[in-house]
Design a protein around this ligand. Structure first.
Ligand SMILES: Cc1ncc(COP(=O)(O)O)c(C=O)c1O
Length: 396
């Protein structure tokens, strides 16, 4: 079927965080919500069908992940990434942030260090802290147009014997965001190989959050970190979910793939007592992963046009630079050219541009002066955002 992504869907009355929390979060109702990462676009029809079918049954007791869900994941990993996944490697969690906490907890003891690469999705920081660990920041390099990883700096953090002889080797894990939110990089195979090699040489586990893996601009290819080779696979915990690409975040359904048996045992011990994926989440996840290809094709095309439209216009505005994403539906805009501090920029976005974005400073060092725009919405809203922003810039 052809999806009508241009249609505006009124989300009022659904307790939408993005639309119905704007006043609480931004102190104004009169802001166009382009912040939290969900889509104002309909979910795949096969998902709706599967949910409707399940709703016809009058009972919602305890459920377990069915064989068909495992098969859908295994088949998807094979087809998209040439990755042969064993059923026993798969486990389920109610959300990726939940899985991130469990993964960090399972690989560390309080006081250990975990590497993050800022600017990065802010729960990476809180997850490390909530596990009693310390953040070691391997800040990304920004050259005014795009981002790369600073591998020298990563080595310096992980190789205590050469650069920091007195430091004990306590960096246990790298929390990798791949594709990267907010900078929109889809790390190349070569970049991932370099990072993985550094981690392996330094006995560092890779926790690879790949929740944005299906959202790719043009012909960009996503490489699953674990597919880089058997050694990397043994040291990697992969976090995935249909929540971003299929707009199912509210159903809190995600999966984790851990090939190494010992790491699996550690993960399952750390997960004890945590919640499970709910009945409807399991149903939706299976339908999306198995029958969502056509939707994804149309969605990525639509999002690409939104990104192009936005990037071209915003790049023409004085003082603004758009970091063109290779993946995700998030666009990271460098507004440092406006010469405002973060407080002024926040006021400018809320009161002058009247757009609710995610403020760059929340993503950690390197995020200052930036704003993250969520472009997963009908094009009319992207146009509205561009108009509001252009008007506010003109009045400066
Ligand atoms: C990199 C990354 N991980 C995790 C999440 C959230 O996942 P969940 O809602 O499944 O916890 C997001 C949401 O934007 C994200 O960008």
């Amino acid at each position: 079927m052809d999806y009508d992504f241009d249609a505006f869907i009124d989300r009022s009355g659904t307790h939408s965080a993005k639309w119905e929390r704007t006043e609480q979060m931004f102190g104004s109702r009169d802001v166009l919500p382009m912040w939290v990462a969900d889509m104002d676009l309909p979910v795949p029809e096969p998902v709706m069908e599967a949910l409707r079918r399940r709703l016809e049954h009058p009972l919602f007791g305890y459920t377990f992940p069915p064989d068909s869900l495992y098969e859908a994941i295994i088949e998807r990993m094979r087809r998209y990434y040439s990755w042969e996944v064993d059923r026993e490697w798969i486990t389920f969690t109610p959300g990726v942030v939940n899985a991130l906490h469990i993964a960090i907890d399972s690989q560390t003891v309080p006081g250990d260090e975990v590497v993050v690469q800022s600017p990065v999705y802010y729960p990476f920081f809180s997850a490390v802290k909530n596990c009693g660990c310390q953040i070691t920041n391997n800040q990304l390099r920004y050259d005014g147009t795009g981002y790369t990883m600073d591998l020298e700096d990563l080595c310096a953090h992980l190789e205590p014997s050469t650069r920091f002889p007195l430091r004990s080797p306590r960096v246990r894990a790298l929390a990798l965001c791949s594709p990267h939110n907010p900078v929109g990089r889809v790390w190349s195979r070569h970049e991932l190989e370099q990072v993985a090699e550094i981690c392996l040489q330094n006995d560092c586990t890779i926790i690879s959050d790949e929740v944005h893996c299906d959202l790719l601009v043009d012909d960009v290819q996503h490489t699953v970190t674990s597919t880089l080779g058997p050694e990397v696979q043994r040291r990697t915990i992969t976090l995935m979910a249909p929540s971003k690409a299929f707009n199912l975040a509210g159903l809190a359904a995600s999966f984790v793939i851990i090939p190494d048996p010992q790491m699996r045992r550690q993960f399952s011990a750390a997960a004890a007592g945590h919640g499970k994926v709910n009945t409807m989440g399991l149903v939706a996840m299976e339908a999306a992963l198995r029958d969502g290809d056509e939707y994804l094709r149309q969605l990525n095309t639509y999002l690409r046009h939104n990104i192009e439209y936005f990037s071209e216009r915003v790049s023409e505005m004085p003082g603004l630079r758009v970091v063109r994403p290779e993946g995700t539906y998030l666009t990271w805009v460098d507004m440092s050219g406006l010469g405002m501090d973060d407080g002024q920029l926040r006021d400018f976005m809320i009161n002058d541009a009247r757009i609710a974005t995610d403020f760059g400073f929340a993503f950690g060092p390197g995020g200052e002066g930036f704003q993250r725009f969520n472009l997963a919405c009908p094009r009319s809203l992207v146009r509205e955002a561009v108009q509001r922003l252009a008007g506010a810039i003109t009045s400066l």
